[in-house]
Design a binder for this molecule. Structure first.
Ligand SMILES: [Fe+2]
Length: 413
């Protein structure tokens, strides 16, 4: 389900709508689960699942680029959506350049200098697993692509954009034995494993040529989401949320009974392009969390501020309930705790002035006691990230994954 909020001088316009994928249409008509999905098999046993891939849910993230709004998944192609009405236009394939074998990630990055949009997807073909990288120009044309072989069919959810370089952390999370999945016995997610013995490497790719520049070995860990990244001479500085294992994945299977609700912590990796070595340091954090964000106008350039959703110790710690900010220059932290029973997810940075960090953090807050949601704006510039606006909604909003922002205001004709 997509939610759209347009802020104007005359008020705020909210709308929401499901992406009408075949999965959505068939399951809504049937009133039950029909398709195999990321986290579960289709009902009906092995015969209903054998040889079938999980159905595209178009439910993970979205991007406005090249004059199109795309709803993104991870194991399939994007779905185009009308930015005003959020009505589904259809599956999108960049004029046939993205085949059904070309997964398109939920996490692309826009280069603010060129307007180019980079996205990727892992595919497994006759030559083994590879990370496919796509470059889409500012007009929305897919103009370049490459495939880089990797040892493991790893779950590479996101990557770092560091100006002239794209960096993919191939962590040891993936399929060791695809047979239980292919045979229809187990769901996709039940076959994904973390095994440090597989090793871990960072692939450094030239953003202009899409050529692999360097493979850099890393001590294994788990990463889903990256913060900003930039170059300092011949070194690349990369912020990310680090997990020590894959147990947090239980949250995706059963959020109410998962034992690990601790979130990740921010780390900074410095990769030396000349020596091929890596340095890693934990960054200060108020609370564990996820969904790192920054002022996207400065993607690929050194930034001072890193924001993330956090799990504050306020008596209701089962999910994200706060937003925190790290000052990367001084190490100072500040946090906005939404209070007991009030939960949030990713906050998107909404710029206002010219300087980095000059703006607001916008997120949805669900209040469990009133069973209602509101959209809030926090002032990103001030200590404590004070709330400066709240937009109460008539209904609650189910917890979501990711969000985005554009200056362009979409309004009904
Ligand atoms: Fe994500």
């Amino acid at each position: 389900m997509l939610h759209g909020v347009t802020f104007t001088d005359n008020g705020i316009w909210y709308r929401n709508r499901y992406v009408r994928t075949p999965k959505y249409l068939a399951e809504t008509a049937a009133g039950k689960i029909v398709y195999r999905s990321f986290g579960h098999n289709a009902p009906g046993g092995v015969l209903k699942n054998i040889g079938r891939l999980p159905a595209n849910a178009a439910n993970t993230s979205l991007i406005w680029h090249g004059g199109r709004l795309l709803a993104l998944w991870e194991g399939g192609r994007p779905w185009q959506v009308d930015p005003v009405t959020l009505e589904t236009i259809g599956e999108f394939n960049f004029d046939g350049k993205l085949s059904f074998r070309d997964p398109f990630s939920a996490h692309g990055k826009i280069d603010p200098a060129s307007g180019d949009y980079y996205n990727h997807g892992l595919s497994v073909g006759g030559r083994g697993p590879q990370i496919n990288i796509y470059r889409i120009n500012r007009d929305g044309d897919l103009v370049a692509r490459t495939g880089i072989p990797v040892k493991v069919a790893a779950f590479v959810h996101d990557f770092a954009f560091a100006g002239d370089y794209l960096v993919y952390f191939v962590h040891p999370v993936g399929f060791r034995n695809p047979l239980p999945f292919l045979s229809g016995w187990k769901a996709f997610n039940d076959c994904v494993r973390y095994d440090p013995a597989w090793g871990m490497e960072a692939l450094v790719v030239d953003a202009r040529t899409l050529k692999l520049v360097r493979r850099i070995r890393l001590d294994p860990f788990v990463v889903f989401h990256f913060g900003n990244a930039w170059q300092e001479g011949r070194k690349l500085v990369i912020d990310l949320m680090r997990f020590e294992d894959f147990s947090v994945n239980e949250l995706l299977s059963d959020i109410f009974h998962a034992e690990n609700d601790q979130g990740g912590v921010p780390w900074r990796y410095t990769l030396d392009l000349d020596s091929g070595s890596a340095q890693a340091e934990a960054l200060p954090f108020a609370c564990a969390g996820e969904f790192p964000q920054w002022d996207l106008r400065f993607s690929g350039k050194k930034t001072r501020w890193l924001y993330s959703a956090a799990i504050a110790d306020n008596g209701t710690n089962g999910f994200f309930n706060a937003i925190q900010r790290l000052d990367g220059d001084t190490g100072e932290l500040t946090m906005h705790d939404f209070g007991p029973g009030r939960f949030t997810s990713e906050a998107v940075f909404v710029p206002e002035g010219e300087a980095e960090g000059d703006g607001y953090l916008c997120c949805v807050v669900y209040d469990a006691s009133s069973r209602s949601s509101e959209i809030v704006l926090l002032d990103a510039r001030q200590e404590g990230l004070p709330q400066v606006a709240r937009i109460p909604l008539r209904n609650h909003v189910p917890f979501g994954f990711h969000c985005g922002y554009t200056r362009r205001a979409f309004l009904p004709a």
